[in-house]
Design a protein around this ligand. Sequence first.
Ligand code: ZN
Length: 216
Amino acid sequence: VGVFERVDQALLERQFIRSALPTPQLDAACLEKLGATPQVITISTEAGAKPLRCFWNVRERVAKSGGEIVFGWALFEWPHLFWEAQHHAVWKRPDEQLVDITPPAAGGTESTLFVQDDDLVFDFEWQRVEETRRFPLADWQELRGYSTYAPLIHQRRELVAPELQQSDRLLINFLNCERSYKEALLVRLANVLSHEEPCFCGSGSEFGGCCMAKFS
Ligand SMILES: [Zn+2]
């Protein structure tokens, strides 16, 4: 029987998906699902590079400074819930060093955990929506429901002009559904995590001394 039933609204607004930390568990999962273990790549952004535009950022950098574009997966996590691999590109400098020049869109980031995959070449001509793969860490109905909406929201945002998104009923509906599942997820997390376990927010603190106070 759950102890917590409600979540503080400010906590609900927070973004919990962050750059993944290197762990033995994640190494093993990447080897199994993506065929290689990840490497830590320093983020060093520059003026003109835009978030979520890694392919174009790197292409421009190569045209300006040489080197190569390297394709692969950037790894993200929501601790206790899932890992996520997003199609990504980094810059191989002329001295062979890999650098992530794209400003991060998620929190917790001085570096990117990256799995190189030379088969993931981005098609600049057709610009297909980049693939994201999510590896769940819990088999929960709330998590499956929540995970349904991120790709739908992403696709809808690509289709609808930015100035019309605020009033797009389908997009609003998707966002509301995702939010309801997020709330259910947070309540369930609060009810299964012990005080001593690391918090789901990625702070590294124990749940009991961190976000637990935000539930009632
Ligand atoms: Zn926390």
